[in-house]
Every structure is written in C-alpha cells, then in structure tokens.
Design a protein around this ligand. Structure first.
Ligand code: PHE
Length: 326
C-alpha cells in the first residue's frame, strides 16, 4: 500500500507540471479526486489495510489528497476558468466604433444650401442622364451649333447625354411650375475632359435660378456677393466680367479675390447672367412680364479653394489619409 501511495504521488507530481490550461486542470481533478479517481480509490482501499497500519496509511493518503488539492488550486488560479463557446471577457477594452465624417464636397454643398435657404431658395433636382433637348436645345444651344463645343460630353444615344451642367434643372423647374422661381440645383455633371489635377470627366455643380417680376442684374450681383462673403469670409471681394453663355443675356463670370502664400489674385468662381428671353419663351414664361437671373458653379472648385486642396483627383480616390482631414 505504501508503495502504491508513493507511485501515485510520483504521478501527481509529474502531472502537476503540465497543468497549463483550464481543461487540463479539470482532467487532473477527475483523474485523482473524481469518484473513481486514484486518490479517492485509495481511501476505499484503506478498509482492507491491517488495523495496526491504518492510522499511518490513512495519514499518508490524507497528505496525498492535500497535495493534490494544493497543486490543482495553484494551477487553476494560473489557468483561469474554463471558457465556454460563448464566453465573453468583460475585462477587455472596448473597440471604439469608427466615426464617419462628411466628404469635403458634402460639407461645401450643405453650406451652400444653407446660405441659399436663408436667401429664399429651395432645392431642385434632375437626372444625370438627361435629354439632349433639356441639356442643350432648351438652353438655346441648337444641334450642330458651335456653342456645343464648350461642353463636349458622353452620348448615351442621339437624344440622351450625361448632363454637362446643372442648367437643365432650370428648364425642368420652369416647365413644371409657375413663376416666381427661386431654386438651387446641386448635382453631378459630366464632360469629355481628360483627368488631371484640375480637370475631371465627372464633377459637381450647383445651379441657381431666380425668375420673378422686375428681377434685375442688380439682384444677381447682390445675391452672389452676399453668398461669396458668407462662404469665403466677410471681406471677400468679387468682380463681374462680361462673358457669354447661350442661355443668358447679358452673361458674366464672377471672380473672387483670393489671398494665398503666393500673394493675391482674381480667381474665376462662376458663370452667371440674366436668363435669355428665348429660354423663357421656350418654357412659356412671358419675358415681357418676367425676368430672371441664373448662375452655375463647381462644388469641387469651391471645396478646393475653401480647404486648400490642390488636386481634384483626391476628391474621388477615397484615400482615408485625405478624407480623415475634414
Ligand atoms: N451652365 C454653365 C456652365 O456649366 C454655368 C452657368 C449657369 C452660366 C447658369 C450661366 C448661368 O458652364
């Protein structure tokens, strides 16, 4: 019996060195202290030991059980509890959810919308695949007319184009309602341009249209200079230069004075003018009663100026290092 106890003691000591997982600790407990465990069985055998030897053997077995328990508890503390499949470690640090942010184009477009909402303009929208008629003809740009060269685009069919500007939304607005009109129309537009730092075949514009009785060029200048000051700062200076668009008469470009580390200079910001009477006639608005102004500008351009972005391509590449800066 004493020999057997010594054997089991040897096994326990050897096994105790391998208890490096909670599952191993549990197997160890079962092997020695379980119902049929080696130490448990020793207690059962104690009854058949000579009466005289029983106290001594009993003491040895008790010591063995104490040793086994001690080894087991020590290893269990190291290995931790057994993890069930749906075990959750409540002590782990939380994972911070990545917080999205607005794209610079969205930031500028929203600001634009707010400024014009205060000036009484609502938002109108139109499709990106537009009829040739609404993109060109209704804007006084007939088929085969040289004015089309200003805006070469991608044709879906003879009658459908990817819109080259947001100006067709002017026509849609005037065809479906009655004056007065005061709308802005933001959206994506397309031109046959080669991609480089300042050109993209896909970009964004906002159109503005105001038609009412007695609207003058003075109103156009007031609204656009107010807008420029709110968008780019109270001291922003603007100037208007004569220009040409088939759908406005007279037409102008508006520049803003831009200060940078290279010094100040005039930058072209937008095209504008008084809505051409021929355009009004085409949508059954009587030019003898109503007049209006329109303007259009690039959202990409505005975002680049406002945030000091020098390459338009960065707006579309979805590079997180760029987007995280806004
Ligand atoms: N549609 C013109 C363009 O894209 C801009 C513009 C809009 C000019 C409205 C005048 C009036 O170039």
């Amino acid at each position: 019996m004493k020999e057997k106890i010594a054997d089991i003691r040897g096994q326990i000591e050897a096994d105790a060195g391998q208890l490096n997982s909670p599952e191993a600790v549990e197997a160890f407990r079962i092997r020695y202290l379980g119902k049929k465990g080696a130490v448990t069985l020793l207690f059962k055998e104690l009854g058949s030991v000579d009466k005289a030897d029983r106290p001594e053997v009993g003491k040895l077995i008790n010591e063995l059980r104490a040793l086994t328990t001690e080894k087991m508890n020590g290893a269990a503390a190291q290995a931790g509890p057994i993890r069930s499949k749906d075990w959750i470690d409540l002590t782990l640090n939380g994972r911070r959810p990545a917080i999205g942010r607005k794209h610079p184009l969205t930031i500028v477009a929203e600001e634009f919308r707010q400024i014009f909402a205060r000036l009484g303009f609502s938002v109108a929208e139109g499709p990106e695949v537009e009829s040739d008629y609404l993109n060109f003809e209704a804007l006084n740009i007939p088929k085969l007319h040289p004015a089309r060269d200003m805006q070469d685009t991608l044709y879906i069919s003879d009658e459908l184009v990817l819109r080259t500007h947001t100006s067709p939304v002017q026509i849609r607005t005037m065809m479906t309602g009655n004056p007065p009109f005061r709308v802005i129309a933001p959206g994506r537009v397309y031109r046959r341009d080669t991609l480089d730092a300042s050109h993209s075949p896909c970009f964004h514009q906002v159109e503005g249209l105001c038609v009412d009785k007695g609207v003058s060029l003075g109103d156009l200048k007031a609204v656009l200079s107010t807008f420029s000051k709110q968008m780019f700062g109270a001291n922003t200076k603007v100037r208007f230069r004569p220009s040409f668009f088939p759908f406005t008469e007279p037409s102008a470009e508006m520049d803003i004075w831009w200060e940078s580390s290279k010094g100040g200079r005039w930058l072209e910001l937008l095209g504008c003018g008084m809505v051409n009477p021929r355009v009004l006639e085409g949508v059954d608005v009587d030019p003898a009663v109503y007049s209006g102004y329109a303007f259009g500008l690039g959202i990409d351009r505005m975002a680049m100026l406002k945030f000091g972005i020098d390459d338009i391509r960065t707006l579309f590449e979805n590079d997180m290092r760029f987007l995280e800066q806004f």
